[in-house]
Write a protein that binds this ligand. Structure first.
Ligand code: BES
Ligand code: MG
Ligand code: ZN
Length: 486
């Protein structure tokens, strides 16, 4: 669907107008009257409107245009995230009323730069303007607005909107890939899509086929793939935005396009959303696309291992032993712990063949992560303090929350096996997110590395603010900010 975003300096194009007021200004008529949109609401009685963050008042005066008044709450409590969510609340309201286009009057809040306010507001509005409608008759489902006009009279507005638009479009793409069905997004089609996306771009895209994967000896990825009718793929991306440097940042994303659990079959209730088990892969793909489109001056590699985890008479089995790309042997304790297997091969391939200065992986790795943090916070573990600091900073900028878990040595024993170098299943049942990360740690020799478990944050059981129900696009903006800051 084509969506247009425009900028007007003074006169806005569409109705209704969305305007923002915080709850202090609301009660101060003098302060209110100097706001740029005052003429739209001067005849409206807003006495009973509380203007709490995201609160809405929709008015349709006879002699002027319709207005959605959106509260920003207590000005001392306004944050970038609260502005994004307030803008999202207004846009979602307009979608629910089936408006086609709206004008958003750029907010003004004391103590905030106008450019920053505009950025947060545009991010919230654009990221909220999404719905996965591919399989729905249009009139049944709320469509995204087809046009938004942003109104504000300052210079940097245009370049900010251009950047936010690129980021939002790629976040929508990430959500689309994660939401779509397994026949549309399988390993082969995902890799083909990557090829076509980057065909005429500044990103090199190589795809390793099953034959290449066999030649390279990625035994763990091949093990997981055994039960599937669809061949595995590894997408290898390279972006060189800084010709003055030889340093590359490595990004890896878990690409299980469907996780049935394999022989350790998942029960009903746990399998229905497992087409989302490639959310890490989608985030890496879409973050690299964003970074290339923004022409960020950094060098990047992306490695995306892709397979289904299925069961058939040829599927890999508990008790089997396989040899990884780095030569280590792994006993299969549980075929449902497949993410760590394909990531293990991808991580050591990244380290050994591409030799980046640091590696970050995103993966929907453990149900334990959802138990620990719910859907609002991702878990991360890091072997490097400065990389940990960078990801914290990126998260605080984008509002994609994450929290660190420890790599104490005490945890290492649990991934040992009697018969192989490692088991993919912990001998102790608790702290599952750490167990998964500890397994992965065996496949990185020395490169600073951070693992982010996005099992809870990639997929929402209900909409929250600017993030919709189902695929959230978590990680795209996080990786873009992280790369900028490294
Ligand atoms: N893809 C799942 C993890 C997951 C669970 C993601 C819920 C999103 C929501 C992963 O492959 C998995 O099945 N993990 C197992 C590991 C266990 C067998 C050690 C789990 O968490 O139960
Ligand atoms: Mg699994
Ligand atoms: Zn999985």
């Amino acid at each position: 669907m084509d969506i247009t975003f425009t900028i007007s300096v003074e006169n806005s194009k569409y109705n209704p107008k969305i305007v923002f007021i915080d709850d202090k200004i609301k009660s101060d008529n003098k302060a209110l009257s100097v706001l740029p949109f005052y003429n739209y609401i001067q005849d409206v009685n807003i006495d009973l409107f509380k203007a709490g963050s995201g609160d809405l008042l929709f008015v349709t005066p006879k002699n002027s245009s319709a207005v959605v008044i959106c509260g920003l709450g207590d000005p001392s409590k306004i944050t970038p995230e609260s502005i994004r969510n307030a803008a999202a609340s207004a846009v979602k309201f307009c979608m629910s009323k089936k408006f086609d286009s709206v004008s958003i009057i750029s907010p003004e809040v004391e103590g905030f730069e106008r450019g920053d306010l505009f950025r947060y507001c545009a991010e919230g509005a654009l990221l909220a303007n999404y719905n996965f409608v591919k399989y729905k008759s249009m009139d049944e489902k709320e469509k995204p607005l087809s046009a938004i006009d942003f109104v504000g009279a300052f210079k940097s507005l245009e370049s900010i909107l251009a950047e936010v638009f690129i980021i939002a479009k790629n976040t929508w793409l990430c959500r689309d890939l994660v939401n779509d069905i397994t026949d549309e997004v399988n390993p082969v089609k995902f890799a083909d899509l990557a090829k076509s996306i980057f065909a005429k771009s500044n990103v090199k895209c190589r795809v390793l086929t099953k034959k290449d994967i066999e030649k390279k000896g990625m035994g763990l990825l091949l093990a997981v793939n055994r039960g599937s009718m669809v061949e595995p793929r590894v997408v290898v991306l390279e972006y060189k935005g800084d010709s003055t440097s030889k340093d590359f940042i490595g990004l890896v994303g878990k690409g299980i396009t469907f996780d049935s659990g394999g022989m350790n079959l998942k029960p009903s209730g746990s399998m229905e959303t497992m087409r989302s088990d490639m959310a890490g892969a989608a985030a890496v793909l879409c973050a690299m696309k964003t970074i290339a489109e923004l022409k960020i001056k950094k060098n990047l590699y992306g490695v995306i291992p892709l397979t289904e985890n299925m069961l058939s008479s040829n599927a890999y089995r508990p008790g089997d032993i396989y040899r990884a790309y780095n030569g280590k042997t792994v006993e299969i304790g549980n075929t449902d712990a497949e993410g760590r297997l394909i990531l293990a091969d991808a991580l050591s391939y990244m380290e050994k063949e591409l030799k980046p200065k640091c590696i970050v992986d995103l993966a929907t790795l453990t149900g334990a992560c959802v138990v620990t943090f719910g859907e609002t916070v991702a878990a991360y573990l890091s072997t490097d303090e400065s990389l940990a600091k960078s990801i914290e900073e990126a998260a605080s900028l984008t509002g994609e929350k994450l929290w660190r878990l420890p790599f104490f040595e005490d945890y290492e024993d649990r991934m040992k096996s009697d018969v192989a170098d490692l088991s993919n299943m912990s001998s102790e049942k608790n702290a599952g997110t750490i167990s998964g990360a500890v397994f992965l740690k065996n496949f990185i020799e020395k490169t600073p590395w951070t693992h982010v478990d996005i099992a809870g944050t990639a997929w929402y059981s209900k909409a929250r603010g600017y993030r919709p129900k189902n695929a959230t696009g978590y990680g795209v903006r996080l990786l873009v900010e992280l790369v900028k800051g490294l």
